[in-house]
Write a protein that binds this ligand. Structure first.
Ligand code: AMP
Length: 207
């Protein structure tokens, strides 16, 4: 199965993607995770991306498209993949469509997870990430186990969150219609418990 998990920052794409990875045994490709690893390793990509990420801006389409194109050449995506955080612009979605067409494959579905902006701000400002495992916690609804070494992402500060949501509205929301017109869009209410959201996703995907 070839999926896109679509939605604003903080709607739960990472958590839901993780559950789908286990269920479907296909990898999740998170452009945000790839970029954060590059920043951590101080690669040239990481150095270029960092200033955009810290400001909550999008990294250029060229850089991201190339990164995804290379990732999609790896063996583990042969049986399918879940894209998390990509595409985020119409240009990226057109590029993806071309790249998949060249490989003779097509997307099965685009799952849109919807949550209101104010709920997202609350969620993201209380989000913490485990330094070792990358597991995602929430200081209000799903606190980390005692002794866990968690940190707050630089871009999870309230002001940056609000900017990321504006960027999503302006640059990424148009994709919803793009995929709706292609008949690929499935919409799920993200204002529910994690397992309920997962249930709804699996129901819509018929898996
Ligand atoms: P995320 O973890 O998906 O919220 O991504 C964190 C940051 O990485 C974003 O705020 C962007 O700066 C950058 N980023 C991730 N994916 C993309 C993308 N598809 N296009 C442009 N920038 C991206």
């Amino acid at each position: 199965m070839r999926l896109i998990l679509f939605g604003a920052p903080g709607v739960g794409k990472g958590v839901q993607g993780g559950l789908l990875v286990k269920k479907l045994s296909i990898p999740s490709i998170s452009t945000g995770d790839i970029l954060r690893a590059a920043v951590k390793n101080q690669t040239p990509l990481g150095k270029t991306a960092k200033e955009f990420m810290d400001r909550g801006e999008l990294v250029s389409d060229d850089i991201i498209n190339n990164l995804v194109k290379e990732r999609l050449k790896e063996d583990d995506v042969k049986n399918g993949f879940i894209l998390d955080g990509y595409p985020r612009t119409i240009e990226q979605s057109e590029f993806l469509e071309g790249a998949l067409k060249d490989s003779g494959i097509a997307l099965d579905s685009v799952v849109s997870i919807d949550v209101e902006p104010e709920v997202i701000v609350k969620r993201l400002s209380s989000r913490r990430v485990d330094r070792k495992t990358g597991n995602i916690y929430n200081m209000i609804s799903a606190p980390p186990p005692e002794g866990a070494d968690v940190f707050q992402r630089d871009d999870d500060q309230e002001e940056t969150i609000r900017h990321r949501l504006d960027v999503f509205d302006n640059q990424t929301t148009p994709l919803k219609n793009y995929y709706k017109e292609k008949g690929l869009l499935l919409e799920v209410d993200g204002n529910q418990a994690i397992d309920k959201v997962q249930n709804d996703i699996c129901g819509k995907l018929k898996i």
